[in-house]
Design a protein around this ligand. Structure first.
Ligand code: ATP
Length: 243
């Protein structure tokens, strides 16, 4: 039991969720390691949603609500940490939800799908085909899902698949605490924020933005500027850490 007044409550709760998910087989041990990398970058961000990340979240919402076929791609870490938030965003944006895994087994697919469904998420089903130009199993996706999507939200992504989706002409939105990752630098919209903080920002904006506001956000979007702002925040944290 983690006491709610613990100063690192949110972080400890997330770790507990990850540990439970590893034990249940929903998350692979490599996923827990990726989570740790995220935590380190979150320290540099001050464990808060920066103004740049809030703008990125709004822009992500703009792309999602103006999309013809938006899809949210969910992996084990995302399901373990934010199943409820994924459901809320799917409902607010009209996006489909597809499970896509690097370490893919039928057993993990079933566990993650069941966990999402228990949290009110309607998960796209079907026979996955090797449709993306990748040599690993993230190439497997549904013809009526990620393959047909015009806008894909890929939280906690790996760089290869992000690049492949961009090369296919899709708008790719990612949530990644590491602004230096290949994914962060390749995506169309990079939200440098923690997953469970970022998703509600996007969901709220989906309900608030008018079509005209969304189009303006899309027109003014500059991902390099967002990445520079995130890096500036991190540099600032390091510069003043011992002041
Ligand atoms: P890339 O292939 O893009 O260079 P990578 O190899 O650094 O990525 P992966 O292990 O494929 O990283 O993906 C995990 C990424 O997700 C990491 O960059 C990590 O910082 C980030 N991350 C982990 N947990 C969270 C979280 N809860 N919220 C946001 N980002 C996270």
């Amino acid at each position: 039991m983690i006491p709610a007044d613990h100063p690192r409550y949110a972080s400890l709760l997330a770790r507990e969720k990850m540990a439970d998910a590893v034990r249940s087989g929903m998350v692979v041990i490599e996923g827990a390691s990726a989570h740790g990398r995220g935590e380190a970058f979150d320290c540099l961000l001050g464990e808060r949603t920066t103004p740049g990340a809030a703008r990125a979240g709004k822009t992500a919402a703009a792309f999602l609500i103006r999309a013809a076929r938006p899809v949210i791609s969910v992996n084990g870490n995302t399901a373990a940490l934010a199943a409820g938030e994924i459901g809320a965003l799917a409902r607010a944006s009209g996006a489909l939800v597809e499970v896509n895994l690097f370490h893919r087994t039928d057993e993990r697919l079933e566990k993650i799908t069941r966990h999402l469904e228990e949290h009110g998420v309607s998960v796209l089903q079907g026979t996955a085909e090797r449709l993306l130009p990748l040599s690993h199993d993230r190439a497997l996706c549904l013809r009526g899902g990620i393959y047909a999507a015009d806008v894909v939200l890929v939280p906690l992504e790996d760089g290869d698949r992000c690049a492949a989706l961009v090369a296919m002409g899709k708008t790719v939105i990612t949530i990644d605490l590491n602004p230096l990752s290949r994914t962060a630098r390749t995506a169309t919209v990079t939200i440098v924020d923690e997953l469970t903080r970022a998703l509600p920002v996007i969901t709220r904006s989906c309900g608030e933005l008018s079509a005209q506001e969304a189009d303006e956000l899309i027109r003014d979007h500059d991902n390099t500027r967002l990445l520079r702002e995130a890096m500036a925040t991190m540099k600032e944290t390091l510069t003043h850490a011992v002041d």
